[in-house]
Design a protein around this ligand. Structure first.
Ligand SMILES: Nc1ncnc2c1ncn2[C@@H]1O[C@H](COP(=O)(O)OS(=O)(=O)O)[C@@H](OP(=O)(O)O)[C@H]1O
Ligand SMILES: Nc1ncnc2c1ncn2[C@@H]1O[C@H](COP(=O)(O)OP(=O)(O)O)[C@@H](O)[C@H]1O
Length: 205
């Protein structure tokens, strides 16, 4: 594939605006970006929040590392360069969902601060809310959970560049929310997030 930059290409605005869509949906779109080590609890919290929001008739969509990597990003691995491209594409996809009016729950290890900051900038430049949720557990907790058996494989040298073991994780400095999933119950975590969504006026248009 030849690397080409998009030139002479312009965003085409329709007649129905984001605000119109928000009114139809009775909510405002935003991205909740869950970052943290594998096994920290990103997916578990996103799934529980999705259920809680569905019970309030709020439209959400979850984007998750494993699922995206089986489809649109199946050509990407775990080098720093590929992770950056993974996050950039997911950032753009999240933005499209937010433009529709969906509360978008994006759960990715996203270990590099600069990559997450880029996604934040993409959203904020478009007047969209980006809420960084750091699911913060010590490595030994994530490793003892090891829900997919990946830490065991990484320790055995079977998975190279494994975050936390042989690859870095850069902690967020200014996350809107920090969830210590080893000290909080799932219900508490969901309640913290629901309260924030409420406070930010996202649950009505
Ligand atoms: N080398 C390495 N490092 C980290 N994680 C790995 C790796 N290889 C495979 N996996 C599995 O892939 C999931 C992470 O994919 P992401 O797209 O979230 O990664 S990244 O944001 O691009 O860093 C991650 O999912 P979660 O466990 O849900 O976090 C792992 O299941
Ligand atoms: N309070 C909690 N919040 C989230 N996950 C928890 C909590 N307590 C225990 N867990 C467990 O931790 C594991 C987290 O796995 P997962 O959600 O797949 O993490 P990630 O998506 O970050 O890789 C699950 O087995 C989950 O049941």
């Amino acid at each position: 594939m030849t690397e080409q930059k998009a030139t002479n290409v312009h965003w085409h605005e329709g007649e129905v605006t984001r605000e119109d869509r928000n009114k139809i949906l009775k909510q405002k779109g935003a991205t909740l970006w869950f970052t943290g080590l594998s096994g920290s609890g990103k997916s578990t919290v996103a799934v529980a929040l999705e259920q809680a929001l569905a019970a309030k008739a709020k439209l959400t969509y979850r984007l998750d590392g494993d699922n995206i990597r089986l489809g649109i990003n199946k050509n990407l691995g775990f080098s720093a360069e590929d992770r950056t491209e993974n996050i950039r594409r997911i950032g753009e996809i999240s933005k499209l969902f937010v433009d529709v009016g969906v509360i978008t729950l994006s759960s990715f290890v996203s270990p590099y601060r600069a990559d997450r900051d880029l996604v934040r900038e993409l959203h904020e430049a478009a007047g969209m809310q980006f809420i960084e949720v750091f699911v913060d557990v010590p490595l030994d907790v994530a490793e003892s959970r090891d829900p997919k058996g990946l830490y065991k494989k990484a320790r055995a040298g079977e998975i190279p560049n494994f975050t936390g073991i042989s690859d870095p994780y850069e902690e967020p400095l200014n996350a809107e929310v920090v969830l210590n999933s080893h000290e909080m119950s799932l219900e508490e975590e969901v309640n913290v997030l629901l309260a924030l969504l409420e406070e930010r006026g996202l649950l009505d248009a």
